[in-house]
Design a protein around this ligand. Structure first.
Ligand code: AP5
Length: 209
């Protein structure tokens, strides 16, 4: 299965992509995670991406397209993948279409105020990248990753003013992809409000349709 998860920041793409990845046995490819790893390691790509990410803007297309094309060549992605956070612009979508054919694109949609609440309460594990929420999806022990015991952190781009810029960036640059994929008959719309398990069921149903 070759899937794309679309949706604004905080809509639950990463959470649902992790579940789908486990259920379908194909890798979740999160461009946000790959970029954050590059920033943490201080690579050339990370140095170029850091300021864009921390201000809520998109990293330039040419960098992200080259990075994703490399990732899609890896052996684990040959039988399928779940792309989380890519494409985010029409040029990225056109580039992806040249690299591979997709089976479906799931668009998670949610009201802006809910997006801000989800991002404000998010905590992430800097080691294994597991995502939590202090209210809706808390770790067993506050502030500590269930899987690897590492202290959880807040993403620098989860400050409210940056989240609002990210939502605005999404509306201007990424939302046009909803129509793009509708026209190509790949789009499946999923309302992303409710329990994480409920959304997972909605995604499954949407993929069967
Ligand atoms: P990226 O990491 O992709 O961020 P994003 O798209 O803004 O998405 P988020 O990670 O914020 O949210 P999500 O939808 O995955 O939600 P999550 O599951 O975590 O990108 C970061 C930056 O990298 C970008 O701003 C850009 O600079 C750069 N970048 C990345 N890709 C790029 C590209 N292709 N082109 C250019 N630049 C790029 O859930 C959010 C919270 O809600 C969590 O706490 C979670 O536990 C909780 N939650 C999830 N589901 C539910 C639910 N149903 N109910 C209650 N809480 C829930």
């Amino acid at each position: 299965m070759r899937l794309v998860l679309l949706g604004p920041p905080g809509s639950g793409k990463g959470t649902q992509a992790a579940r789908l990845s486990a259920a379908l046995g194909v890798p979740r490819i999160s461009t946000g995670d790959i970029l954050r790893r590059n920033v943490a390691q201080g690579t050339e790509l990370g140095k170029k991406a850091k300021a864009f990410m921390e201000s809520g803007k998109l990293v330039p297309d040419e960098l992200v397209i080259a990075m994703t094309a490399e990732r899609l060549k890896e052996p684990d992605a040959q039988a399928g993948f779940i792309l989380d956070g890519f494409p985010r612009t029409i040029p990225q979508a056109d580039a992806l279409a040249k690299l591979t054919a997709l089976d479906a694109v799931v668009n998670l949609f949610l009201e802006p105020e809910e997006l801000v609440k989800r991002s404000a309460g998010r905590r992430v594990c800097p080691k294994c990248e597991t995502v939590y929420h202090i209210v809706t999806n808390p770790p067993r022990k506050a502030g500590v990753c269930d899987k690897c015991g590492t202290a959880l952190v807040t993403r620098p781009d989860d400050r409210e003013e940056v989240v609002r810029t990210r939502i605005d960036t999404y509306e201007r640059q990424t939302a046009p992809l909803v129509r793009y994929y509708k026209e190509r008959r790949l789009l499946r719309e999923v309302y992303a409000s409710g329990l994480i398990d409920e959304i997972a069921l909605r995604v499954q149903e949407a993929l069967k349709a």
